[in-house]
Design a protein around this ligand. Sequence first.
Ligand SMILES: C[S@@+](CC[C@H](N)C(=O)[O-])C[C@H]1O[C@@H](n2cnc3c(N)ncnc32)[C@H](O)[C@@H]1O
Length: 269
Amino acid sequence: MNIFFIKCFIKHYLTSTFIDVLHSPFVFNLYQTCIKKQNDKNELNEIEFCRNELLKDNKVIKYIDFGAGSNLLNNKINKKVKEIANSHLKPKRIAHIIYYIILNFKVKNVIELGTSLGITSSYIAQALKNNYKSNEVNFTTIEGVNEVKEIANIQFKKLHLSDYIHSIEGNFNTELHEVLKKYKSVDVFFVDGNHTYEATMNYFNLALPYSHNDSIFIFDDIYWSKGMTKAWEEIKNNSKVLQTVDLFFIGLVLFRSEQKSQHFKLRVT
Ligand SMILES: C[S@@+](CC[C@H](N)C(=O)[O-])C[C@H]1O[C@@H](n2cnc3c(N)ncnc32)[C@H](O)[C@@H]1O
């Protein structure tokens, strides 16, 4: 068990704000419409059905650990799909928050770093599909492990979401730069892989020029390690970042010039 993570969790619990003491209309609205638990929808239950199937899948694949501190040449291991589904995917509660952000803020241009088996990508694509035709949106998700990406693509087909997702295989370190060139601006940038200080700051700095007033950057696992927390603090202090919402498991970064600069810590209940 990661002691640093547990200490941070306790600190967050003691210092986070209840919604009734929030003084920002935008963040209050964000809380009410995206962060607070919403009613279950059938289309989301279908994605959860796919997750449950993956959680039972005994197929063994060749897995390469692209994540923090790995040595790509020596780390090919056999892994069961169900093990990946159990440990890598955002839980339903967090995936719901991302879904409602994309849906309610009528987001069109999205980049996700870390497709894995495609569960959160499916939430993102479903929210895009609810608002737009496929040729009106631009959603790219990047994954380093080919066999994992192929399984994600099967989920996208099953859920009739393939038209909404551009799925790329490759290392974020080389692909992100190329992907960004195809975007004029990015509405939602979701970083969910390679949780090191250096990588996180690199991805943030690459995407920053593509942010606009209404962009939302989402960083996963901001308290996973001292390095990730250092990156989160540095991102909060960047002069282009005007508001942040710390939900402990993920951090939201906002650039809204019409509001005063503020940093919130909220509890996901
Ligand atoms: C936590 S999982 C993503 C989970 C997914 N977003 C979800 O919630 O359904 C992170 C993924 O990022 C991939 N990854 C990590 N570092 C990477 C890198 N530098 N380049 C490419 N893929 C990477 C891993 O292979 C892993 O599948």
